[in-house]
Design a protein around this ligand. Structure first.
Ligand code: SF4
Length: 245
């Protein structure tokens, strides 16, 4: 089996947060429910909140089976890729299949949180060992500026979905907040973040910032001193800086 065989999985890559991580690309480039200014995959070409099987779950399962049956287990099989993975309606079937066939294999999900107010989706992802949802804004105008969402998506729904997931989920929940200087780093927004994140009650809060160029050419990385200040403002929440300083 050569690497060329794989179309939907990549790596394993060494990830700072996940160790040895086998990536699963659940979506065609670049189909997403958001069009974030910091996206490293380029501008969203299909902006949608509609769940469907954009990439065949059977073909993803076939590749994961082939990899896991013939290679040392990675620390995590991680659902992510070049769009929002929860838009793929086959996600639950893939998760269940891996947990049945390879019960010791840990699963991680990267998500932009936009569909978490969907009950079916939350049920689909409960077997994951680690969920890393994003929350980049708590007020509607900041949300529109940084995440440029599909029409039906609101910041309030995202926050409700995160609270619902947190109350139902037994695994680790690491909430990522991407800091975009001049957009979501005002003292007022950070104070609101603190209140909302306290209600969500994640296992960890991870502050990130620009590493590679995003879709907005003028966006810069948050300076280390600014990230440290924000981390201190958010304490006693379990906050850490994961941006490369
Ligand atoms: S949610 Fe992720 S994939 Fe979608 S635009 Fe934002 S950063 Fe890119």
């Amino acid at each position: 089996m050569t690497e060329k065989y794989y179309k939907h999985i990549y790596g394993p890559i060494r990830s700072r947060r996940l160790g040895n991580s086998l990536g699963v690309d659940m979506m065609p480039l670049k189909t997403c429910s958001l069009d974030c200014v910091y996206c490293e995959c380029g501008a969203t070409t299909e902006l949608t909140a509609q769940r469907r099987e954009y990439v065949s779950a059977d073909s993803i399962i076939e590749e994961i089976d082939a990899y896991l049956a013939n290679n040392p287990p990675p620390d995590y099989v991680t659902f992510g890729g070049s769009g929002e993975p929860t838009l793929n309606s086959g996600l639950g079937r893939i998760i269940n299949h891996i947990k049945q066939r390879f019960p010791k294999q840990k699963l991680a999900l990267l998500t932009n949180s936009t569909l978490l107010n969907n009950r079916q989706l939350r049920d689909d992802i409960l077997p994951c060992d680690l969920i890393l949802p994003s929350l980049d804004a708590v007020s509607a105008d900041v949300f529109r500026k940084i995440n440029k969402p599909a029409a039906s998506i609101t910041c309030a729904d995202i926050i409700d979905g995160l609270k619902a997931l947190s109350s139902e989920y037994k695994g680790m929940l690491w909430l990522e907040v991407f800091i975009a200087p001049g957009i979501n780093d005002t003292d007022g927004e950070i104070a609101q973040f603190k209140e909302v994140i306290s209600q969500i009650n994640p296992t960890r809060v991870q502050l990130n910032s620009l590493d590679r160029p995003g879709t907005c050419g003028t966006l810069t990385a948050a300076p280390p001193a600014s990230l440290t200040k924000i981390a201190n403002q958010l304490k006693p929440l379990p906050v850490e800086i994961v941006a490369s300083l």
